[in-house]
Design a protein around this ligand. Structure first.
Ligand code: CO
Length: 370
C-alpha cells in the first residue's frame, strides 16, 4: 500500500512539475511509507525524486528499521561522530541535484534540515509541499476510515466512562487527568492532543488549558479531546451543564446544537467546503451571536488533528466522498462561559455521515451541589 501511495506522489509531482519532495518524520512520511521516527536533534530526511527510487538520510542506528519497511530506499546513513552533512552531500550526488526548488513541509521542516538540504543541493529556495500532499491524503480509503471509526469508538467509550466520575468542585486538571485515564482504559494508542476540560469563564476561550480552578455549579464545561488508534485520530467536543445552568447559557447551547446539526446536514459531495461553514454560521448569526463564534467551523482530520480540508469561508474547494473533517461551531461569552459541539464527519456518495454519534442534548453532570 505504501508504495502505491508513493507512485501517486510521483504522478502528482509530474503534473505539478516538482522534481524533488523532501519530507521529515511525521504524518506525510508515515502516509507514504508506514515509517515513523521521532523528530529529534539528529536529522532524518526522506527524498522523493519525480523518477527513480527514494533516498533516506538517517542516523546509522536507524538503518535496520528503514530496511524492514520494505521500500526500495537508497540509504544514506551517518554516525554521531561524522555528523549529517556528508550524508546530505552523498544523497545530493546520487540524486543529481535536480533543477528548481525542493518541495518541503513548510509547517514542520526545521531550519536545521533545510540548511543541510539547501547547502547539499545548492537550492536557494524551498517550495511548499503541503498542497501536493494534501491532494493525496484528503480522500480517505476504506482502511483509513475504518481506523478513524475505531478512534471515534474509543473516544466515545472513554467519555461514557468519564462522565459518572465528574463532580462539581473537582478541579479542571483533575477532571482532565481522569479523562486521559479513561482514554487509555478504553483502548487509545495515544492522545490526539492534550484534552481541553474547561468550565465557566475559561470555557469562553476556545483553546484554554485545564487549571486548578474547581468546576462550579451552574457552569458549562467544554470537553474537547481525541485519541489515536492505528495512526488515525478522533476529535470530539461536548459541552455539559454542571448542575442547573444559567438560562442564557442554556439558550446559547441550543443555538450551537442547531448550528452543529445544520453544518452536518449541509455536507454532501460537490459543494465547496465553505458552504458547511456558512450553514453552521448562519444559525448562530440569526440568533444574534455571530461575533461570538470566534473560529472556523471545522478542520480536516485523519493522520493529523488539523489537516486539509479546512471548513472556512474562502475555501471553495469542492468536497469529495471520503473526505473527513470536523463540524464544531461554538459560541463564547466573555467572562461567562462557552459552548462548542464537535463531530467528525465523512463525506459519502450522497451526503455526509457523522462518525461521532455521542448524544448532543444538554446533559447535566457532576452530581448535586450539596
Ligand atoms: Co477540532
Amino acid at each position: 500500500m505504501a508504495s502505491a501511495r508513493w507512485i501517486r506522489l510521483q504522478e502528482e509531482m509530474a503534473r505539478e512539475e516538482v522534481e524533488l519532495v523532501a519530507l521529515v518524520p511525521g504524518a506525510n512520511l508515515f502516509y507514504l511509507t508506514g515509517l515513523s521516527f521521532h523528530r529529534m536533534e539528529r536529522p532524518i530526511v526522506a527524498l522523493f525524486p519525480r523518477a527513480g527510487d527514494p533516498a533516506l538520510i538517517l542516523p546509522a542506528f536507524e538503518v535496520e528499521k528503514a530496511r524492514a519497511a520494505g521500500l526500495p530506499w537508497r540509504l544514506f546513513p551517518y554516525t554521531d561522530e561524522e555528523g549529517p552533512a556528508p550524508a546530505f552531500g552523498r544523497a545530493a550526488e546520487a540524486l543529481g541535484r535536480p533543477e528548481g526548488p525542493i518541495a518541503v513541509e513548510t509547517l514542520t521542516m526545521r531550519v536545521m534540515e533545510w540548511s543541510l538540504l539547501s547547502r547539499a543541493f545548492g537550492a536557494p529556495e524551498p517550495a511548499a509541499a503541503e498542497p501536493l500532499l494534501a491532494r493525496l491524503r484528503a480522500v480517505k480509503g476504506p482502511d483509513e476510515i475504518a481506523a478513524m471509526r475505531r478512534a471515534v469508538a474509543v473516544a466515545e467509550a472513554a467519555l461514557r466512562m468519564w462522565l459518572p466520575e465528574v463532580r462539581i468542585r473537582m478541579t479542571e486538571r483533575e477532571a482532565a487527568r481522569r479523562l486521559i485515564q479513561a482514554c487509555f482504559a478504553a483502548g487509545a494508542d495515544a492522545l490526539a492532543f492534550e484534552p481541553i476540560v474547561v468550565a465557566g469563564p475559561s470555557a469562553a476561550l476556545p483553546h484554554a488549558t485545564p487549571s486548578d480552578r474547581p468546576l462550579g455549579p451552574g457552569e458549562l464545561v467544554i470537553v474537547d479531546f481525541g485519541v489515536v488508534v492505528d495512526g488515525y485520530v478522533s476529535d470530539l467536543t461536548r459541552t455539559f451543564a454542571l448542575g442547573e445552568p444559567d438560562p442564557e447559557l442554556r439558550r446559547v447551547y441550543e443555538v450551537v446544537r442547531e448550528a452543529n446539526a445544520a453544518g452536518r446536514a449541509a455536507v454532501r459531495p460537490g459543494i465547496p467546503a465553505e458552504a458547511v461553514d456558512r450553514a453552521a454560521r448562519a444559525v448562530i448569526e440569526a440568533a444574534g451571536y455571530g461575533p461570538n463564534f470566534l473560529h472556523r467551523t471545522g478542520h480536516g482530520l485523519g493522520l493529523e488533528v488539523h489537516e486539509p480540508p479546512y471548513i472556512v469561508a474562502g475555501n471553495t474547494a469542492p468536497l469529495q466522498p471520503g473526505m473527513t473533517f470536523t463540524v464544531e461551531p461554538g459560541i463564547y461569552l466573555p467572562g461567562k462561559g462557552g459552548v462548542r459541539i464537535e463531530d467528525d464527519v465523512m463525506v459519502t456518495e450522497t451526503g455526509g455521515e457523522s462518525l461521532t454519534t455521542f448524544p448532543r442534548e444538554l446533559m447535566s453532570i457532576g452530581g448535586s451541589d450539596e
